[in-house]
Design a protein around this ligand. Structure first.
Ligand code: BG6
Length: 467
């Protein structure tokens, strides 16, 4: 469907960009910061660790000045839980508090709206040692952490994201480095962790509305359109099942406060239904997000399960389906090309995803991640021609405009990433930023910042839409 007239982007649209604390800040053990699960996880062979990353902790003023020059209207970043509470709860670390005070003030000084993610993969290691999300006490620690952030930054931060990609931590925690399950039934433990995170998120939303009536808060899962490999009814059913497990479980709970029925049937079948305490569902139902933030990189295509382990793709990650015996298996989509890391590229699927989410929940949407990881090359004159990234982003922005023309309420687009950072499991040579950071996988060099071709392109695009 091609509209004869495209709706313009609203003037107030948040043209932004994103990062997360552990991937960009560095200073992993400085100024009182405690270790997170990421800091303690084994490093993937051949890739850098997360100790220095882009050293944004020491470069934040220079970086924010560049974001302003880029023309950003919004910046989506996360707070490192262990900078505020080195042990997950208990004593507050004033130096950590100060860092985010300074960062937020710097953004506001440059007229950039801060969009704050409360938790982006980096659970305090001290909490992990006590069982992490398997331990219900972590819900209380998260609530205390949220309350503290609302008190500290609620006077300046109006947009809050609860948990980044909870669905990817559950489905792809191995790749991201967040997975830790134990016991005789690891799948039940995993979905118990999921239940605790859903509860923690619900409590955060209720608390936010009580403490900061003017603020807005929402979940931030990774959502993909799910295609059936063919029109065979069994393939269509497999796609329907995967969409429930990957996407709707998370948003149905965040928005409607109930468990998705297909997922509950699936968990029952696997003997992995979480234990739900009295009052949990009341809290879930009371929590209401103001918007839905979501990350989109591509669509997924699945077929009917073959019923054996050949369904499983052990090299799956956030954007490559692993498969589930008896439910679905991932397949390539013959209509899509892949990026250098095997992730399919599907701009049209982005429009479908936005329509699907909006029709299902009728809440305003903001895109909090979308982007292309690539091996950028610095030319002899120091310039970086990342025209492949420009192409990817332009194609996806076109689809946002089409979705807006379809009647979807989209109020912001924050691609991944504002500046080069370290990928979750593929090192820092997999680059995403508009701003290049001069370092190699194992040679930190001087971490000098420079503007890529995409920087100039995005700057012009923002100007064009906001002038
Ligand atoms: C999302 C995460 O899954 O995708 C980010 O929220 C991540 O933290 C991004 O960096 C890109 O994935 P990757 O694996 O290339 O870093």
């Amino acid at each position: 469907m091609k509209p004869s007239n495209l709706s313009p982007f609203p003037k107030s649209f948040f043209w932004g960009a994103s990062t997360s604390a552990y991937q960009v800040e560095g200073a992993w053990n400085e100024d009182g910061k405690g270790p997170s699960v990421i800091d303690m996880a084994p490093v993937v062979e051949g890739t850098t660790d997360f100790k220095v990353t882009s050293d944004h902790y020491h470069h934040y003023k220079e970086d924010v000045a560049l974001f302003a020059e880029l023309g950003l209207k919004a910046y989506r970043f996360s707070v490192a839980w262990t900078r505020i509470f080195p042990n997950g709860d208990g004593e507050i670390n004033q130096k950590g508090v100060e860092f985010y005070n300074n960062l937020i003030d710097e953004l506001i000084k440059h007229d950039i709206e801060p969009i704050l993610t409360i938790y982006h993969f980096d659970l305090p290691y001290a909490l992990q040692e006590k069982g992490g999300w398997s331990n219900r006490d972590t819900v209380n620690a998260f609530e205390l952490y949220c309350k503290t952030l609302f008190e500290l930054y609620g006077d300046r931060v109006k947009y809050w994201l609860t948990i980044n990609e909870q669905n990817m931590m559950i489905l792809h925690g191995d790749a991201i480095g967040t997975k830790s399950v134990s016991g005789e039934n690891p799948m039940k433990d995993l979905y118990q962790q999921n239940h605790h995170m859903l509860l923690a998120q619900a409590k955060a939303m209720v608390l936010c509305h009580d403490m900061l009536p003017e603020a807005k808060i929402g979940p931030a899962p990774n959502i993909s359109a799910i295609y059936p490999a063919s029109s065979k009814p069994e393939d269509v059913l497999a796609a329907n099942t995967f969409a429930a497990i990957r996407n709707w479980l998370y948003l149905d709970m965040a928005v409607h406060g109930h468990y998705n029925a297909t997922v509950m049937a699936f968990l029952k079948e696997k003997d992995a239904t979480p234990d739900i305490e009295t009052n949990d569902m009341e809290i879930m139902a009371k929590a209401k997000p103001d918007f839905i933030a979501f990350n989109y990189y591509n669509s997924q295509t699945v077929a009917q399960s073959t019923g054996d382990v050949s369904d499983i793709n052990p090299t799956g990650d956030q954007q490559i389906t692993i498969g589930e015996v008896g439910a679905y298996r991932g397949t390539d989509n013959p209509y899509l090309v892949k990026n250098e890391f095997g992730w399919e590229i599907d701009p049209v699927g982005f429009r479908t995803t936005m329509r699907d989410i909006y029709e299902r929940y009728r809440l305003p949407l903001i895109v909090t991640e979308n982007g292309l990881g690539a091996f950028d090359k610095v030319k002899e004159d120091g310039s970086i021609d990342d025209s492949y990234r420009i192409k990817y982003l332009q194609q996806h922005i076109d689809q946002v405009q089409l979705a807006i023309s379809d009647g979807v309420d989209v109020f912001g687009y924050c691609p991944w990433s504002a500046i080069d950072l370290v990928s979750t499991h593929q090192g820092c040579s997999k680059r995403y930023g508009f701003i290049h950071v001069d370092r190699e996988e194992f040679d930190l060099k001087e971490l000098k910042r420079s503007k890529k071709a995409s920087f100039h392109w995005y700057h012009a695009l923002i100007n064009e839409h906001t002038a």
